[in-house]
Design a protein around this ligand. Structure first.
Ligand code: AHG
Ligand code: MN
Ligand code: MN
Length: 377
């Protein structure tokens, strides 16, 4: 195994590099070269993670490879979107959530379908852009996996050339789903076998977990491969960033407003919000802090969808040592009642999520006390 893998991540590798170079400059040069030469590809990494060449491990490796292929095809279109006909703007249609669909949403949704039609492994795909799951009957006798995905996350950023993402989760299909209702998907997030996201930023990155840590890959366009760039990422227990759309301040319930008042009044907090969940969470994964998309008085369930947004990110962030909550419940414990169920989301560093939750707990305690007093009175 290359030194940088054994050491955990590139910054550790640089550190050990400095030590090596003190002791032996020639060794240091070799080490740097090895970092570039002994690159770990995504499919190889999945097999290493699972420490097996079993058929399940091979399946998962092939599935991740397909997600990588979809990401490369989408990245290719995004990088030239301003030059290509019909890449930007709206389709004129609305999706099942009532949101206006962008051409890039539809393109990316279709890319995932095409990539998995050829995989032989996925019987069913469910995405933000499709009312019902999409079946690939020819794969179903053998392909027992379901891919859940948000093909373009943060699509309001597409037309202005800012970062967007994709979110995915893989689940095992339970039963034959004879009525096509996909009821077996209405289960908690612990059922996820793998989850992750793709970030289309200055470089394209794929971050994933198969339940043994969180690992980031960077697309090397000259190789056309995702190459391991950070292994076993650990989210700091606290960070200065809070990431939330404060334009909704007056729509929120009082405890969320109290939390925001708290960070305004205390030193050491800074706001970052890009309009694309994937980018905001990526920052928090590396630097710590908290991302919130709370419910509002009118929409207590919030905006984000459980099965292909909140639950995959919760799986990932927990694997990195962070937490994800609705504010009152662990996201991975939430059982959806529909494919497109929404949940409030508070996700990130342990201490920062706990701080948000403490405002919610305090508020419900006060409410209970008031109710007791009013029944007594
Ligand atoms: P999507 O583009 O998949 O619908 O997701 C957008 C989500 C999320 O990425 C982002 O954090 C949030 O919606 C932004 O919503 P607001 O504009 O309401 O802040
Ligand atoms: Mn989204
Ligand atoms: Mn989307």
């Amino acid at each position: 195994m290359a030194d940088h893998q054994a050491n955990g991540n590139l910054s550790d590798a640089n550190l050990s590099d400095a030590n090596l170079s003190d002791a032996n400059p020639a060794l240091s040069l070799n080490h740097k070269y090895a970092l570039d030469r002994d690159c770990t590809t995504l499919s190889r990494h999945v097999l290493q993670q699972l420490q097996s060449f079993s058929s399940d491990a091979q399946d998962l490796s092939a599935l991740m490879n397909r997600i990588g292929l979809a990401a490369k095809l989408i990245a290719r279109r995004l990088t030239r979107a301003g030059l290509v006909e019909d890449a930007l703007g709206f389709t004129g249609r609305t999706n099942v959530q009532g949101e206006s669909v962008k051409k890039m949403d539809e393109f990316a949704n279709q890319v995932f379908i095409s990539a998995f039609e050829q995989s032989g492994l996925v019987c069913r795909l469910a995405s933000e852009e499709m009312d019902q799951p999409y079946y690939i009957p020819e794969n179903c006798p053998l392909g027992r996996y379901t891919l859940l995905y948000d093909p373009i996350d943060g699509s309001s950023n597409v037309d202005i050339n800012l970062n967007v993402g994709a979110i995915f989760a893989i689940r095992q299909q339970e039963g034959n789903d004879l009525d096509g209702q996909a009821r077996d998907l209405l289960r908690d997030g612990h059922q996820q076998i793998a989850a992750g996201y793709v970030l289309y930023g200055p470089s394209t990155m794929l971050v994933y977990s198969v339940g043994s840590g969180v690992h980031a890959f960077t697309l090397d366009p000259s190789l056309g491969e995702f190459i391991l760039s950070s292994e076993n990422i650990k989210i700091p227990t606290h960070g200065s960033i809070y990431s939330v759309n404060e334009g909704n301040f007056w729509q929120w319930e009082e405890p969320i407003r109290n939390y925001i008042r708290y960070v305004h009044r205390h030193e050491g907090y800074t706001a970052r919000y890009s309009g694309a969940l994937v980018g905001d969470i990526h920052r928090i994964l590396f630097q710590g802090g908290v991302f919130l998309y709370p419910g509002t008085v009118k929409k207590p369930e919030g905006k984000l969808r459980l099965l292909y947004e909140s639950a995959p990110l919760a799986f990932l962030v927990e694997q990195a040592g962070g937490v994800a909550s609705t504010g009152t419940q662990r996201i991975l414990d939430v059982v959806p009642d529909q494919l497109h169920t929404r949940t409030p989301l508070v996700i990130g560093s342990v201490e920062d999520v706990a701080l948000v939750e403490s405002f919610i707990q305090e508020h419900s305690r006060e409410q209970q006390e008031r109710e007791i007093l009013s029944t007594k009175g």
